[in-house]
Design a protein around this ligand. Structure first.
Ligand code: SF4
Length: 168
């Protein structure tokens, strides 16, 4: 049997606590279409419990995105409170809104966002941005910064900087 790999451009979201689908996988395992082999009532009850669990899950949005772009891996089961049939409807809506290449478009947007965030980390703040940061600090208190460097760490950094400047 061939092994299907997830799309590496959309990593599954990391949760800081074990999600309910990890702790109670049987609730999410609605195989064979939307209702599985249970009686209709039992399947509906399981589905409702899974939906409730997902609605309280901290990674629900990213989980839905992952499930939508990884169709071959999510043909069964509940992900982010959706059944396979509901996910197909959502995929069709995305294709209508964004176009048939919607997965490529989402991947390109994610990439642009990552690059933008990386650039922002290396670009000094403009005056209005600095004002917003100052206002935020006044309202919400200082950031939890790491402890200041010791004199010895500062001396080592200065030596490294001097060495780097000489070598340049
Ligand atoms: S939202 Fe996704 S990760 Fe969270 S419990 Fe539901 S299926 Fe699991």
């Amino acid at each position: 049997m061939s092994h299907i790999e997830p799309d590496v451009r959309f990593p599954f979201p990391a949760a800081t606590v074990p999600t309910r689908c990890r702790r109670r996988p049987e609730l999410f395992d609605l195989a064979f279409g939307d209702l599985g082999g249970d009686t209709k009532k039992a399947a509906q009850e399981r589905l409702e419990q899974a939906r409730q669990a997902c609605s309280a899950c901290p990674v629900v949005t990213a989980c839905l995105r992952w499930a939508l772009v990884n169709k071959p891996l999510t043909r069964e089961g509940v992900f982010a409170g959706t059944t396979p049939g509901q996910r197909n409807v959502l995929r069709r809506r995305l294709a209508d809104r964004i176009g048939p290449e919607w997965i490529e478009v989402l991947a390109a947007r994610d990439q642009a966002r990552r690059e933008g965030a990386e650039t922002a980390r290396h670009t000094p703040l403009s005056v209005p941005q600095a004002r917003v940061v100052r206002l935020d600090r006044e309202l919400n208190g200082p950031l939890n910064l790491p402890p200041p460097l010791t004199a010895e760490e500062q001396r080592l950094n200065r030596n490294r900087l001097d060495a780097g400047l000489k070598a340049a």
